[in-house]
Design a binder for this molecule. Sequence first.
Ligand SMILES: O=C(O)CCC(=O)C(=O)O
Ligand SMILES: [Fe+2]
Length: 356
Amino acid sequence: MASGGDVDVSSVKSWLESNAAPLIPSYYHTRTDSNGRDDGAHELAALVPVIDFSLLTSDDPQTHAAAVRQLGQACQDWGFFIVTNHGVSENLLEDTLEKCSDFHNLPLEEKKKFCGSYDPLPTIKYATSALPRSVGEDDHYWIDHLKFFNYPNQCNTPHKPPGFYETATEFCKEMRGVARTLLEGISESLGLKPGDIIEHSAFDVGYQKIQINLYPPCPQPDLVLGLPAHCDNGIVNILIQNGVCGLQVKHAGKWVDITPLPNSLIVNTGDDLEVLSNGKYKSIWHRAVVNEKESRLSVVAAHGPQRDKEIGPAPGLLEKEKPLFKGYTYDDLVRFQLKGVSPDMPRPLDAFRINN
Ligand SMILES: O=C(O)CCC(=O)C(=O)O
Ligand SMILES: [Fe+2]
């Protein structure tokens, strides 16, 4: 039974606005490690890799090769890295955050138009909390979010608030470009040709999914999570945020804060890259914590293979190695995700692992 009474929270933001001093329902009490930080996590946070995108796109072969090596190392050691000098206009990133914030400021009735009926693979969805089945049926998370698939079909992008569609469309195009170039570098770092992973995953007709996460200030931040520990679908995912931190990644057994540099992008490699790289570049556990004072906004552009294409380890890698994963499509993976996780299979991805 919820300590705040049984409440129907269809948006954390709206619920907070209508409750002056809310007592947070106990089904939000999902954070079990609130007694301070992991020892040494602070030191590790300073070591999160930084990739200078301009070196990766350099015409000088040696500069490019060194950047490719650094990128491969970042994928192997962390699965998360910060990208600077990416060439995307700072104004566009700011406008995107502003329009996404405007979206969450729309009246609840407007946002609820995107709630839809229950569909395990919706093309657009506004919701609060996250997939409860990923941890426990009754657990809730301190988040309101809008998710939509923007590519290959752009018809899902909302037209409200004013200017959202135009800005989101531009943002999506730029993020696809950055993701594609990173993927070429990642492919090279695996000893493959730059276009190999792009070709094998049909990346150019692959999906792009946008997730706009709002984490309102929380009166009891030590008790709740914005998003529970999870690994992302996708190949290369890119995140921007409004300057308020909250993303943590599991590294060396500790929850490490990710603090972006000004005008940088946060990139992580998802489940599909773990498979495409035949297990070399892991999909990393991460989560979002919340704070008492400020709303946090993050916008994620996730990039994956063509949705109905079966992918597996890149064929070029299998000339010398045994496959560690069998083939699957995006929909296969999500179906496993929706079934829920268990201690012996914490990641849906592990359902596709081959025990050689
Ligand atoms: O907001 C964040 O920092 C994390 C978002 C995230 O992990 C996701 O949307 O999958
Ligand atoms: Fe994530």
